[in-house]
Design a binder for this molecule. Structure first.
Ligand SMILES: C[S@@+](CC[C@H](N)C(=O)[O-])C[C@H]1O[C@@H](n2cnc3c(N)ncnc32)[C@H](O)[C@@H]1O
Length: 234
């Protein structure tokens, strides 16, 4: 049923660097005690009988959310070869596939009871996100997507400032935190932030058109607002 691809498109990965590397695994969504617990319960609620269910997690990184659930059939699709190799060692009960969200190496019918994409759409260029969503939606009966949502420039800037100040305080740098309070957020950082944020409305609309009922709910993680979108085939 499965074939493995190792197609990579690094142009789309604008922040695999410092933020992600330093954060793993404690700053991942699954690694956060409260958010990880909340999301795993949401995923379980989307399937009838978790131990009998089959689930796909796209871009699980080194901390798959599904590992926190009682779901029996776990499939991980990772674009990074290094991460996929680590996952094969750390999750012996799961099938780890190397591939891309926009070209899922599983045939095009609802193979999965639920699919999860936690902070993955942010890595896909905005104009390609609807295709990526379609690629998942064709293969699952339900899905959960979590990412940081688009907001006004002012709200994004202030959220980013708060996040940077909290990081400085965690490192014991009160002076740096105070400097950040009065500093301009550089234009290129702001531009990148804006691109990384996910506009959930067109995604939700596309899912509704494809026969899903959709809910979007805000949660907080690491001083950032996230949106959790859950969808189920009607
Ligand atoms: C920010 S990390 C999120 C990790 C984890 N899901 C979490 O919530 O903490 C994004 C992950 O998605 C993977 N990824 C990025 N683009 C992808 C794509 N187009 N297809 C599949 N995986 C992708 C990256 O390699 C990385 O492991």
């Amino acid at each position: 049923m499965f074939c493995v691809t190792n197609r990579r498109d690094d142009n789309e990965d604008w922040f695999t660097g410092a933020h992600y590397q330093h954060g793993q695994p404690f700053r991942t969504l699954a690694g956060d005690h409260i958010v990880g617990q909340l999301l795993s319960r949401r995923v379980e609620a989307l399937v009838g009988n978790p131990p009998k269910a089959r689930a796909l997690e796209v871009g699980p990184g080194e901390a798959p959310l599904l590992e926190r659930t009682a779901i029996g059939g776990k499939y991980y699709l990772e674009r990074s070869y290094a991460v996929a190799r680590k996952l094969r060692g750390s999750t012996p009960g799961a099938a780890v596939l190397l591939g891309d969200i926009r070209e899922i190496p599983v045939s095009r019918k609802p193979h999965f009871d639920v699919a999860v994409a936690a902070e993955v759409f942010t890595h896909v260029l905005p104009e390609r996100r609807l295709d990526a969503l379609k690629s998942i939606a064709d293969r699952t009966k339900a899905l959960l997507v979590i990412d940081r949502p688009t907001m006004s420039d002012h709200a994004i800037g202030e959220e980013l400032r708060f996040h940077m100040m909290m990081l400085a305080l965690e490192r014991g740098s009160q002076n740096v935190a105070r400097e950040i309070l009065f500093k301009e957020i550089p234009a290129d950082t702001m531009e990148r932030e804006r691109l990384e944020r996910v506009d959930f409305e067109p995604l939700a609309q596309r899912l509704r058109e494809r026969g899903f009922s959709v809910e979007i709910e805000p949660i907080m993680h690491r001083h950032f607002t996230y949106h959790v979108m859950t969808a189920r085939r009607r």
